[in-house]
Design a protein around this ligand. Structure first.
Ligand code: CAA
Length: 378
């Protein structure tokens, strides 16, 4: 699959930004567990907070292939920066764009598009992770408004977000059918961040536990139809999984490039490591897995852009790319040997960052369930 000139120019632009502005501070972001405001301002200037929000709402109006390309390049520079942009675009902007009313889009999208407001997605709970339909956060209909109470877990961007797309039961007796989606402003009374997780990787990205205590939500902030929240959540995740697959690809590509360069420069047994067939085979497998991941991601993105069904393809892309990233980063450490295990070199960070891509927005096991379900029912 050859990308046309526009996509190649977009990749060159995103790659340059990643190389000049992002990668040089990725170790600092990991160490300080913070993406500096200066970088966030540059991401805003680039339009990365509103990649596929239409221009009429102040976004860049690009398609999903463009989104995947930008996500890959940004994540190659820094995985934490990648997921800030990914969760914001695909888990907050997208559902408002797809399921929001005209009023909701006019009210919320312009500030999300510029990054003035950061977005998050509140689905998971302490007892509802892979089993998303089991959530217990409840939105009680109080006539003029909903009153929402509950706890949300593992919320990417939870500390910084101003806008949350949040899921709650609106009927206690029904299973996933009694779930609805809402647009919440996080400064509303009763919404609070309880803690941020201390994680293995993507350490510059906040992962928050959020408490809702009798948060009053205006009726007009119901997103989509009452009782349709589960479908809205799963459809949103279908797109989000392409973003995470692209993140995994970027992390894998970064580890591969470093391992290749190292292998060509490091002399052992009187010659570069890259002259050794054992190392060549590892590099060959890394390159092949990256190529396959990229093709799967572009294919799923293209289906999405063309309005075709793509649940299976996005799950396949995420499953393959995340497991490939884990394998590639493990082998990259192996190529570097003892050096690879030390923080002085970036591959141990890539290894730690890669792991989450097999977990969030649906574990590899959930992706296999989605793929099998699609195969067995089509
Ligand atoms: N799009 C739209 N609707 C869908 C769908 C999709 N991709 N997949 C299923 N549905 C619909 C079904 O048609 C069905 O609809 P009806 O009830 O109207 O018939 C309904 O959803 C239920 O379908 P299932 O019976 O297949 O649902 P299930 O309860 O067995 O669960 C699941 C399916 C695939 C396991 C799903 O629960 C799932 O994806 N779980 C993982 C959740 C997940 O990814 N969590 C990550 C949270 S986000 C995150 O990571 C945090 C962050 O900030 C990054």
């Amino acid at each position: 699959m050859t990308l046309n000139k526009e996509y190649q120019e977009l990749r060159d632009m995103a790659a340059k930004f990643a190389d000049v502005e992002v990668a040089p501070i990725a170790a600092q972001i990991d160490h300080e567990e913070l993406i500096p405001k200066t970088l966030i301002d540059k991401l805003k200037e680039m339009g990365f907070f509103g990649i596929y929000i239409p221009e009429e709402y102040g976004g860049a109006g690009l398609d999903y292939i463009s989104y995947a390309i930008i996500m890959e390049e940004l994540s190659r520079g820094c995985a934490s920066t990648g997921v800030l942009i990914s969760a914001h675009n695909s888990l907050c902007n997208y559902p408002i764009l797809k399921f929001g009313t005209d009023e909701q889009k006019k009210k919320y999208l312009p500030k999300l598009a510029t990054g003035e407001h950061i977005g998050c997605f509140c689905l998971s709970e302490p007892n509802a992770g892979s089993d998303a339909g089991a959530l217990t956060t409840f939105a009680e209909d109080k006539g003029d408004y909903f009153e929402i109470s509950g706890t949300k877990n593992f919320i990417t961007n939870g500390k910084e977000a101003k806008i949350a797309v949040l899921f709650a039961k609106t009927e206690k007796t029904k299973d996933h059918k009694g779930m609805s989606a809402f647009i919440i402003e996080t400064d509303w009374e009763g919404f609070s961040v309880q803690k941020c997780e201390d994680k293995l990787g993507i350490k510059g990205s906040s992962t928050a536990q959020i408490s809702l205590e009798k948060v009053k939500v205006p009726k007009e902030n119901l997103l989509g139809a009452l009782g349709k929240g589960f479908r809205i959540g799963l459809e949103t995740l279908d797109g989000g999984r392409i973003g995470i697959a692209s993140q995994a690809l970027g992390i894998g590509e970064a580890a591969f490039r470093y391992a290749k360069k190292y292998a060509m420069e490091r002399i052992q047994f009187g010659k570069p490591l890259s002259d050794l067939q054992a190392i060549q085979f590892m590099l060959a497998d890394m390159s092949t897995k990256l190529h396959a991941s990229r093709l799967m991601i572009l294919n799923a993105s293209q289906l999405k852009d063309e309005g075709e069904r793509y649940s299976k393809e996005s799950a396949q892309a995420k499953l393959f790319a995340s497991e490939a990233a884990m394998w590639i980063t493990t082998k990259a450490i192996q190529v570097l040997g003892g050096a690879g295990y030390c923080k002085e070199y970036p591959v141990e960070r890539h290894f730690r960052d890669a792991k989450i891509t097999e977990i969030y927005e649906g574990t590899s096991e959930i992706q296999r369930l989605v793929i099998a379900h699609n195969e067995l029912t089509s």
